[in-house]
Structures are given as C-alpha cells and as structure tokens.
Design a protein around this ligand. Structure first.
Ligand code: PFF
Length: 468
C-alpha cells in the first residue's frame, strides 16, 4: 500500500510555514533596498497592486495545484495535465528556479549569519560613520573565505531542518521562529519612529512621486511581488501538497499574504526611519541594511543587543525561506525518483553550495566579470525575480484558468472553503445579501486568474522591453 503523504499538523502550522517561506530576505533585505533605489512610495504602491491583483489569485492557484495533486511541482503538473510534455517542462523550470534563487540567497543569508556574530563580538562599536561600516562590508564581502564559510554553515543549518521532514522540521521550526521575528521587528520599527527626523523616512515610504515610475520599475515591483510571496516556481505548490483536504485554502492564503506584506512594511518603517533620521542615502543598493543599520546600532542605546537581535532575525527569516526552496527540490526527487529524503537533501544542498560560489565571489575575485553591468550575483537575482518567477506565474495562471478550467478548479478549491466560495462578495464586505449570484468570491477569483493576472503580467513584460 502506498504510504500516506505527510500533512501539516494544523491550519495554523501551514500558515506559519508558508509565511515562513514568504517572509525572508525578500522582505527585510531586498524590499527596503529596491524601494530605496526605485523611488519609495510609488514603487511600493505598484508592488501592493501587484500583490492584490496578481499575487493573491496565483497564491490560491498554487495551493490548489499542490493539494489536488498531493505531489511535488513536476509531479503535480504531470498528474493534472495527464502527462503533457509542455506542462512537465514548466514543472522542471520550477526546480531550476529553486537552484538559481538558492545560489545567491544562501550568500546573503550567510552574510546575515556572519553579521550576527560581528554584532555579538561588538564590531559595530567601531562604526562611528557609515563610511567605516561600508568599508568593513566591502572588505568582508570581498573575502572569499569569509563568505564561503558562512554560506556553508547556513546551508548546513537548512539541511538540518529539511532532514527532519515536514511536521517535525519545517512546521516545528517555523512555529517557533516566526513569532520571535515579529516581536523583534515591531520593536525596531517603534524605536525607528521615535527617532528625531524619522518623519522624512515615513514620507519617503508613503508619499508617492509618480515621476519615478517606468516600465523597468513596474517589472521590478511585479517581480518582487512574486519573489516575496514565494510564487511562480512551485514552493507554494509543494507546501500546498501537504495541505489537508478539510482546511480552507482561501483564508489561509489571505493570512499568509497579509503577514508577508505587513512584515515588509514594518521592515520598511524600521529601516527608513533610521536611514533618514541619520541622514543616510536610501539608494545604497544591496549593502543598504549591512552598511546603514550597524551604524544606526552604533548610535543607539543598547545598540549591541538590538544589532544582535536584528541579524538573528534576518537569519531566521532567511532560514525559513531557504528550507522551502530546498523542499521544492527535495520533494521532487523523493516523490518522482523515490530516493531517500536524507540523501536527496544532502546532494541538493551540496549542489546549491557549488552553484553559489560564483555569486559568493561576485564582490571580490569575480567583481570585474560583468555582463550588461551586472555581476554574477545580480544576474542570478535579475533572472529569477524578474523573468523566471513572473514567467512561471503567468504559466500557473494559464494552467488553472485555461487548462484545468473552471469546474475542476472550483471543485478543488471547495473542500474546506465551502461557505466562503459561494459567498457573495458584497455580502462578505457589507453583510447584506445581493442577488447577483455570479459575483461570488470564487467566481471573482477565477476571473482574476483566467484574465486579469495573465494580461497584466504580459503587459508588464512588454512594457519593460519597450514594446508598448
Ligand atoms: N519569499 C522569500 C523571500 O521573500 O525572501 C524568497 C523565496 C522563497 C522566493 C521561496 C521563492 C521561493 F520559492
């Protein structure tokens, strides 16, 4: 008899694990620096619109594909498309994307682990100016041995978690780590707001300057919506495959998206209030939090403790995301190839270590190896966030909207979401029944998946290459 697939212990467990995947370096490291580089509030608005109109519908679609098939990303597409070669390739693209993301994700995660130890050692005490901090950052990130050692240690820790499986590994650690992260981040934001001059940071975050928007910026905002929600490559399909039939997909998806967005905004507040009140440059690039925050901690009462907590938080957030990327690869080899879980995790992790080495050296030995003014690290980031994930998302929307179709999708979504799906959207909002039956939440979701999301993604692609 076939072994029963492992399940999340509870809906809460799923929400924390999926939020663990979603909330990561994307929220705390990447979101502030790309918002800083692309004009602040206007960029954030485009990002929020992408989350609402594209992110939520696709998140629900991935959960459906995962739960319905009970399989990894490749197996899921194969099963639900009756072995279509095209859709199998889309599944393999997800595995490929996981390797591309991990190749540079593990590096930044390694930096945060390294900075956690620097904070404990009291290194930030020397950073009286941002120049001193950024010189230190450049020195460390050009030191191949430093980077690769931390990268290795970080990967070893993710292996440890994924080794233990879904419930005893991923779910257990996410439940423990996610609440700690929330508490630390909110404290930092409150501290940031209390600083003199913090209002300039809030204005930057919340007052849009539409002049800064163009096709490239819209693509970056859309790509980030995918990246931050872990969408477009099968991570949520994989987590959805451990989702029980009697749990509500709709409300779970909304919870995860809400938590992820909330945490990005809180991280933005924590970082930009500090950046502006100390007179730093918000467009500092990938080094933003590593250059600016240690200088902020240097000036802050109890800064060593906050600094230590902050980099611990960054590491935790990175860990719960990296394990979901590793799980995409692992579950494929376990389900499809019947390899043992432990063996697969070890080999996959080792491969991600190797493919990460050029990214690790992009700030040192391989600094001059550039293509279109991007180093290897930037290329991996651009390729995954701005091409592979939105492209994968477009295909997921097409799969659910056009291939799997209305009837089957509704059937798959229904179990666990019964009352919700048929509820009239106006009824859900204002509590009054309106006769228009077609406007049920389920129907509106489907229109977004079938038409709105694919058209918007296609338009953004076309605009970013200057066709429209
Ligand atoms: N969502 C993660 C973050 O914001 O850091 C990154 C990520 C994890 C992207 C898992 C994609 C993925 F499948």
């Amino acid at each position: 008899m076939e072994k029963q697939r492992e399940n999340w212990g509870s809906k809460f467990g799923f929400i924390l694990a999926a939020a663990g995947s979603a909330v990561g370096l994307g929220n705390i490291w990447k979101f502030p620096y790309i918002a800083g580089e692309n004009g602040g509030a206007a960029f954030i608005l485009v990002y929020l619109i992408s989350i609402l109109m594209i992110g939520i519908p696709i998140f629900i679609s991935e959960l459906i594909i995962g739960r319905k098939s009970q399989l990894n990303v490749v197996g899921a597409y194969k099963k639900l498309s009756n072995n279509s070669p095209f859709w199998s390739i889309v599944g393999y693209m997800g595995i490929f994307t996981a390797f591309v993301i991990l190749s540079y994700y593990n590096i930044v995660a390694g930096w945060s682990l390294g900075y956690f130890f620097e904070a404990i050692k009291g290194t930030f005490n020397e950073f009286t100016t941002v120049e001193l901090a950024s010189n230190y950052f450049s020195n460390q990130t050009s030191n191949t041995f430093w980077i690769i050692s931390w990268q290795f240690l970080f990967i070893a820790l993710s292996v440890y978690v994924v080794f233990s499986g879904v419930r005893k590994g991923i779910e257990k650690y996410s439940k423990l780590l996610m609440p700690i992260l929330l508490v630390i981040l909110i404290s930092l934001a409150v501290w940031g707001i209390s600083l003199k001059g913090s209002s300039a940071g809030l204005t930057f975050l919340f007052k849009p300057d539409w002049g800064s928007i163009n096709g490239r910026v819209i693509l970056i905002a859309l790509g980030h919506a995918f990246f931050t929600l872990s969408l477009g490559m099968g991570a949520i399909i994989t987590y959805g495959s451990y989702f029980r039939k009697d749990e509500n997909i709709l409300t779970s998806a909304l919870w995860v998206v809400f938590l992820d967005t909330f945490i990005a905004i809180v991280a933005g507040i924590a970082i930009f209030t500090s950046v502006f009140s100390m007179g730093f440059n918000p467009a500092e690039g990938p080094g933003l939090i590593f250059n600016v925050l240690p200088t902020v901690f240097n000036k802050m009462p109890g800064g060593n403790i906050f600094g230590t907590l902050f980099f611990l938080l960054l590491f935790i957030a990175a860990l719960t995301s990296a394990i979901s990327l590793l799980e995409v690869i692992t579950s494929y080899f376990v389900d499809q190839k019947k390899h043992s879980r432990h063996w697969v995790v070890l080999v996959a992790a080792f491969v991600t270590f190797l493919v990460g080495i050029p990214s690790a050296m992009s700030f040192g030995l391989l600094k001059d190896f550039q293509f279109f003014q991007k180093n290897f690290f930037d290329i991996m980031d651009f390729l995954s966030a701005n091409i592979l994930l939105p492209g994968g998302g477009l295909l997921i929307a097409i799969f659910i909207g056009w291939k799997f179709g209305y009837r089957k999708s509704m059937g798959a979504l229904e179990s666990g979401s019964e009352g919700w799906l048929q509820a009239n959207i106006f009824f859900a909002i204002v509590g009054k029944k309106v006769p228009a039956k077609k406007l049920s939440i389920g129907n509106i979701w489907f229109v977004f998946v079938k038409y709105v999301a694919p058209i918007l993604i296609a338009l953004v692609f076309l605009k970013s290459i200057g066709v429209i």
